[in-house]
Design a binder for this molecule. Structure first.
Ligand code: NAD
Length: 292
């Protein structure tokens, strides 16, 4: 029996490596650095790292605009704590935690974990930010199922700061707790899931909600602005479903509907014909269900 089993069981996460510097990876890297962690951001090529640099520069400006604590050079300072690397072994050599945010394609994720397992230290925890894949679909590629779980962020993590933490039946509870603590330390509201669930909490609620709204509009029962209005006034929610659609962007919900049953595919076709084909993809495109 060790003299102090509690102390031995503690895992201290200080160094973080983020794989993939796209929309979410860049945000996770930046938020972790902003909260004082040493961060390495990895992507597949030097060209991808040039894009990473410009995404991170954009986040400095966003944080300065939207977060009072980022004033006085704090956001620029965070940028200075992120090291970019296109060499996987180098990127993860010191990592206590690797957060994977590579494209949502099973084969890419599996290959990423196989390569990662070969070069990372045995003690390093791996976490996937996957939105739609269950961690149990990936655990066998990690070489450490007990130190692997999902840590799922929402887009715009500096203000929509949920972190859903979901292990598999193999995840060590000590690892789970360490990741909950890490999520708290970087300013997230951690949400522990007690078992695996596709869509976590957020998308299990949001996807049927958006589908129901689309069904009402596509069926001609009411227009998007009136559907949003009912939801806002009757529930006190700040946004209706079509306002949320515009923020997410229409492409991802469209892709989800296109892989559904016949009715879902008819809703996808309605979105495509009336909005996507007209370039109305949401806030980022300047127009979706509303103009910006
Ligand atoms: P993205 O396409 O913006 O970025 C993916 C990044 O991964 C790119 O920089 C790309 O160069 C890089 N990449 C490609 N192949 C790679 C490889 N083999 N190894 C390392 N990097 C590689 O994607 P995203 O929207 O940031 O999504 C990434 C993950 O985050 C997905 O699993 C997605 O489900 C999840 N997620 C996305 C959102 C969102 O709103 N975009 C929200 C929550 C979770």
């Amino acid at each position: 029996m060790p003299p102090n089993p509690g102390a031995l069981a503690m895992i201290d996460i200080q160094k973080v490596t983020v794989l993939g510097t796209g929309v979410l990876g860049s945000q996770i890297a930046f938020q972790s650095a902003f909260r004082g962690f040493d961060v390495v951001a990895y992507d597949i090529s030097d060209e991808a790292l040039v894009q990473a640099r410009s995404r991170l520069d954009g986040l400095v400006a966003t944080y300065e605009k939207e977060i009072p604590q980022a004033a006085g050079g704090k956001a620029a300072q965070a940028l200075g704590q992120i090291r970019l690397s296109a060499d996987l072994a180098d990127a993860v050599a010191q990592a206590d935690l690797v957060i994977e945010a590579v494209p949502e394609v099973l084969a890419i994720k599996q290959q990423t974990y196989e390569a990662l397992a070969r070069v990372a230290s045995d003690k390093t925890i791996f976490a996937t930010n996957s939105s739609t894949l269950l961690p149990s679909a990936l655990k066998d590629f990690t070489g450490r199922p007990d130190r692997f779980l999902a840590l799922h962020f929402a887009n715009s993590i500096w203000k929509f700061n949920t972190a859903e933490v979901m292990g598999t039946s193999d995840t060590d509870p000590v690892v789970f707790d360490a990741v909950i603590k890490f999520a708290t330390d970087i300013g997230m509201a951690p949400i522990p899931l007690r078992k695996e669930k596709a869509g976590y909490v957020l998308n299990s609620l949001l996807v049927p909600f958006l589908n129901a709204a689309t069904d009402l509009a596509a069926g001609g029962y009411a227009g998007p602005p009136d559907i949003d209005k009912v939801w806002r006034i009757a529930t006190g929610a700040p946004m209706g479903p079509f306002q949320i659609y515009d923020i997410i962007g229409l492409s991802t919900p469209y892709n989800i509907l296109s892989h559904g049953d016949e009715h879902a595919r008819s809703l996808a076709a309605w979105l495509k014909e009336n909005y996507i084909d007209k370039g109305k993809l949401g806030v980022a495109a300047g127009e979706g269900f509303y103009r910006y």
